[in-house]
Ligand binder design. Structure first.
Ligand code: HEC
Length: 173
C-alpha cells in the first residue's frame, strides 16, 4: 500500500513538472520576439536589384536593396500589400573614397562600397508576424543575428510608411 502511495505521489509530481515546464518553454520561445528573424535567408546575394541608397551623416553607408523572386514580381506589378514569401534585403557597406579610381579620373570623385557594415531583411508572413504588420525584421553582422533588443526600433519606424506596406524603397527605374 505504501509502495502504491509513493508511486502515485511520484506520478503526480512528474505530471506537475511536465505540465509546468511544457508551457513555460513554449512561452520562452514566444517571448524571444517572433518578429525577429534569426536565420540568414539562403541565396540572398544572388537576388535581383530593387534599388541602391546612400545614407550620409553618422551612417555614411552605401546600400544595395535586393529582393527575392516574390518581392521582384510584386514590385514590378506594383502589387500591395506584398504577398507572403516576400523577402527584401538591404546590404549595407561603408562609403569609401577610391584612390585607385581617383587616379584614373585625375581628381577626387570616386566612392565605392567599403567593408560590409551589416545586412538587414524584411520577411513577409502575415500570420507569423501579424503583430508587426506582417513583417519579420532581421539584422546580421558577420553572419550572426543582432540581439533582440536592438530590433525593437524596426517596426515603429517602418510603420511610418503605411501606404507602401511599411517598405520605404521604391523600384529603381
Ligand atoms: C528611423 C527609422 C528606421 C528604423 C529604426 C529602421 N529603418 Fe529600415 N529603413 C528606413 C528607411 C527610411 C529606409 C529606406 C532608406 C534606406 O534604404 O536607407 C529603410 C530601409 C530598410 C530596408 C529595405 C526595404 C525598405 O523598407 O526600404 C530594410 C530591409 C530595412 N530597412 C530593415 C530594417 C531593420 C531590420 C530595422 C531594425 C533593426 C530597421 N530597418 C530600422 C528607416 C528605418
Amino acid at each position: 500500500m505504501k509502495g502504491i502511495t509513493l508511486l502515485l505521489v511520484a506520478v503526480v509530481i512528474l505530471a506537475g513538472i511536465i505540465a509546468f515546464t511544457a508551457p513555460a518553454s513554449l512561452h520562452a520561445d514566444d517571448s524571444t520576439a517572433p518578429a525577429f528573424v534569426t536565420k540568414l535567408p539562403p541565396g540572398y546575394r544572388d537576388w535581383k536589384l530593387i534599388s541602391v541608397s546612400h545614407e550620409a551623416g553618422t551612417l555614411n553607408s552605401l546600400s544595395a536593396i535586393l529582393g527575392n523572386d516574390v518581392a521582384i514580381k510584386a514590385y514590378r506589378e506594383g502589387k500591395l500589400p506584398y504577398p507572403d514569401g516576400t523577402i527584401i534585403a538591404a546590404l549595407h557597406y561603408g562609403h569609401d573614397p577610391s584612390a585607385e579610381n581617383n587616379k584614373v579620373f585625375g581628381r577626387a570623385q570616386s566612392f565605392v562600397p567599403g567593408p560590409t557594415t551589416g545586412i538587414q531583411f524584411m520577411v513577409k508572413d502575415s500570420t507569423k508576424y501579424a503583430a508587426t504588420g506582417g513583417w519579420g525584421f532581421a539584422t546580421f553582422k558577420d553572419g550572426k543575428p543582432a540581439d533582440a533588443a536592438s530590433m525593437k526600433s524596426c517596426f515603429p519606424c517602418h510603420s511610418k510608411a503605411p501606404a507602401s506596406d511599411l517598405v520605404f524603397t521604391h523600384y529603381a527605374p
